[in-house]
Design a protein around this ligand. Structure first.
Ligand code: ZN
Length: 81
């Protein structure tokens, strides 16, 4: 599919069977039959890192929030067991 890089606006073409674009590990971690190439929003790892650095004030609290809700969900699962 045709994608435009979220960081640099370069056009690139990730597909289910290639490793073009980042983050491509989403595709590996989930069911292999599902096409996650539309989630690769950066043309290179460098663009992904630059974008994360540029928007770290917004993104870091989101990462922390995800971590906290994972911990809360784990406690809920423990209490149910
Ligand atoms: Zn880029």
């Amino acid at each position: 599919m045709k994608q435009k890089c979220t960081n640099c606006d370069k056009v690139f073409y990730p597909t289910k069977n290639n490793y073009v674009g980042y983050p491509y590990f989403w595709h590996i971690e989930r069911a292999i039959s599902i096409d996650r190439s539309h989630d690769r929003v950066f043309c290179t790892r460098n663009c992904m890192d630059n974008f994360l650095a540029k928007h770290s004030d917004i993104i870091i609290p989101i990462f922390k929030q995800i971590k906290e809700s994972e911990a809360i969900n784990a406690r809920i699962r423990e209490n149910k067991a």
